[in-house]
Ligand binder design. Structure first.
Ligand code: AMP
Length: 445
């Protein structure tokens, strides 16, 4: 099967060939023909499967083959949960549209809106956007959704997690009822199906991977280690193996900063990427990591969502996530586009429960080892930790995840007595994760 066999035009085929793609990935093979036919799609695809080209190529074909008024109203809108993902999708759209007469643009928060407004005013065919900034621009009349023919929700599960559902519905309310809708999501949960049923019409369901499955070529390893030894072990792993490109996940922003500082002290080049960093700092850290100017990128879950770093060989979970699905998202950063990868988790006694939940979700046991010289000494999980972690994995896991992020900021800002990371998932008495109106709080990372 070739890209031409899928019905794509020569101009688009030429652009993907220049990217070095020799044949369509499974998601592209399954989704592209349906999208070209104008059908709605509900696609469950792992990160790293080539889903971006899966929706971008047929939409570009539609846009380039359809007449539009001279003033170029917006005709296709891609919504993404994070700025980084928006920037990445936009880069792809630009590359794939090299040989067609299409004007793409991107808008996201964290930067001044003036140049975004100017770009939109000049006319844009396809826009990649994060929901918050897009609504701000719409309120300023910088963009209209009245001529939108195709709506794409990328990483819809994360948009739900981040409380964007009201923004999404508001944006949709300004669009024509008759349009094509494409919903892409890493997981195919009940919540996603509910969102989908309100937006999609007779969608074709495209599933390329088992729910919550991890990339096939990724090897998982767990090293049992004392909490206070984790930094030392991280440095040892990087130095002994001479790893040059490692993405490390911490559970909190504060933890990401602390680890980055310690890596720099150990003469390992590193930068942190999280919600408290400016957009310029985030972009610079990602660029330096991608072009190998730095060896390590330390990230929190939400900041890392959507990062496309081709052929990333190693991911280290400095701490396990307190929401098991996040493990799948994290390790989706390695073994991308069929390449082999290694996911290493440093697990202390307090995190045993998290490991169990992850194994339950993956339906497989993670290979667990002990590093010589770093044998764990505190093996029994403290009583409170065990009780607490249960609630983190309970039904309210999404809210608790949001609280975990908020708490990390609060703790570092207000200098409150430090709580252990696994307590951060606890739902405090009066903070339900919702605002006064009952609307989910938005978190823009
Ligand atoms: P995505 O899942 O869209 O984030 O894509 C993951 C990576 O796969 C990106 O680096 C793409 O450039 C790459 N990719 C997308 N489609 C193909 C393809 N057909 N063959 C090889 N690589 C691809």
């Amino acid at each position: 099967m070739t890209f031409s066999d899928l019905g794509l035009s020569q101009a688009l085929v030429k652009a993907v060939e220049e990217k070095g793609y020799t044949k369509p990935s499974p998601i592209q093979e399954k989704a592209i023909p349906h999208i070209l036919e104008g059908k709605d799609i509900l696609a469950s695809a792992q990160t790293g499967t080539g889903k971006t080209a899966g929706f971008t190529l047929p939409v570009l074909q539609y846009l380039s083959e359809t007449k539009h008024p001279k003033y170029r109203p917006l005709r296709a809108l891609v919504l993404t949960p994070t700025r980084e993902l928006a920037a990445q999708v936009y880069d792809n759209v630009r590359e794939y549209s090299k040989y067609v007469n299409i004007k793409p643009a991107v808008v996201f928060g964290g930067v001044k809106p003036a140049s975004q407004i100017a770009t939109l005013r000049r006319g844009v065919d396809i826009l990649v956007a994060t929901p918050g900034r897009l609504l701000d621009l719409h309120a300023q009349k910088a963009v209209s959704f009245k001529r939108v023919d195709v709506l794409i929700l990328d990483e819809a599960d994360r948009m739900l997690d981040m409380g964007f559902v009201r923004d999404i519905n508001k944006i949709i309310s300004f669009m024509p009822a008759k349009r094509q809708n494409l919903l892409f999501s890493a997981t195919f949960s009940k919540e996603i199906k509910k969102l989908a049923s309100g937006i999609l019409r007779n969608p074709v369901e495209v599933e390329t991977a088992r729910q919550n499955s991890t990339a096939k070529k990724v090897t998982h390893k767990v090293f049992k280690v004392d909490k206070k030894k984790k930094t030392e072990v991280t440095v040892k792993l990087i130095k002994d193996n001479n790893w040059n490109q490692v993405l490390i996940f911490t559970r909190t922003k504060h933890g990401a900063n602390r680890l980055t500082k310690n890596l720099l002290k150990a003469k390992i080049s590193a930068a942190a990427i999280h919600g408290n960093k400016s957009q310029a700092a985030r972009t610079k850290a990602l660029k330096n990591f991608k072009d190998n100017s730095i060896r390590i990128l330390v990230a929190t879950d939400i900041a890392a969502r959507g990062l496309d770093i081709p052929l990333l060989p190693h991911v280290i979970n400095y701490e396990l996530p307190n929401v098991p699905e996040d493990y799948v998202h994290r390790i989706g950063r390695t073994g991308r586009a069929g390449a082999a990868g290694e996911a290493i988790s440093l697990v202390c006694s307090e995190e045993t429960e998290y490991q169990n939940e992850i194994e339950k979700l993956l339906k497989e046991k993670l290979e667990t080892k002990i590093i010589e010289g770093f044998e764990p000494t505190d093996t029994a999980p403290p009583k409170r930790a065990a009780t607490q972690s249960k609630s983190s994995f309970g039904k309210k896991k999404k809210k608790t995840n949001a609280n975990a992020q908020n708490n990390s900021t609060d703790n570092s800002k207000k200098n409150k007595p430090k709580r252990k990371p696994h307590f951060k998932g606890k739902k405090p008495a009066n903070t339900s994760g919702r605002g006064r109106t009952g609307a989910p709080k938005k978190k823009r990372f």
